[in-house]
Design a protein around this ligand. Structure first.
Ligand SMILES: [Zn+2]
Length: 178
């Protein structure tokens, strides 16, 4: 959902309905870190939290993913795509920042974004996003999770609406001055 907000901010409002590739890339970058949760969920359920927030939740991994994008996009477009790369990097890093403020059910709490250079875990001091319970499949669809999901939809819904409104406002002003 964070990705949608970044998309609306970085694509011209007149192009919102068309730039699906760009939307896909941003959502991919802003959600990719949590890919470490899926294999565990489909494998041994108890491991879901153990593997969550590992190597993909580091700045090094974010930079690596961005570098990969630069190489691939550069090869396809024959251009140094530093601007979109920068946006994708920011989208990735926002995920890490949000996870610092998200409730974590198990030690080590939070994330260690500077691993392997520095093993300090960052967590809190306030937790904005309550925990999603996912130790078992029944828990995945429990009432608690529905409530948490609703809360996140409302928070991000407001954020997305604000970003969209701001972008519309800026685009309209630019059209007036053009
Ligand atoms: Zn995460």
């Amino acid at each position: 959902m964070m990705g949608v907000a970044v998309y609306l901010a970085t694509a011209k409002s007149s192009e919102w309905s068309r730039r699906w590739g760009w939307l896909f890339l941003i959502v991919l970058f802003s959600a990719f870190a949590d890919i470490d949760f899926f294999p565990a969920l489909f494998g041994r359920l108890g491991l879901a939290n153990a593997l969550h927030r590992g190597i993909t939740h580091t700045v090094l991994f974010a930079v690596g993913a961005t570098a990969l994008y630069l190489i691939l996009a550069g090869a396809v477009r024959r251009k140094f795509m530093w601007k979109p790369a920068l946006i994708l990097l920011v989208a990735y890093l926002i995920h890490l920042v949000f996870d610092i403020f998200a409730e974590d059910g198990k030690a080590p709490y939070g994330i260690a974004p500077l691993y392997p250079f520095n093993n300090t875990y960052l967590y809190g001091p306030w937790l904005i996003f309550p925990k999603i319970h996912k130790a078992t499949w029944t828990e995945v669809f429990s009432f608690n999770n529905v409530r948490v999901a609703l809360f996140e939809i409302v928070v991000f819904g407001i954020l997305i609406a604000m970003v969209a409104g701001l972008r519309l406002f800026i685009d309209r002003r630019q059209r007036h001055h053009a």
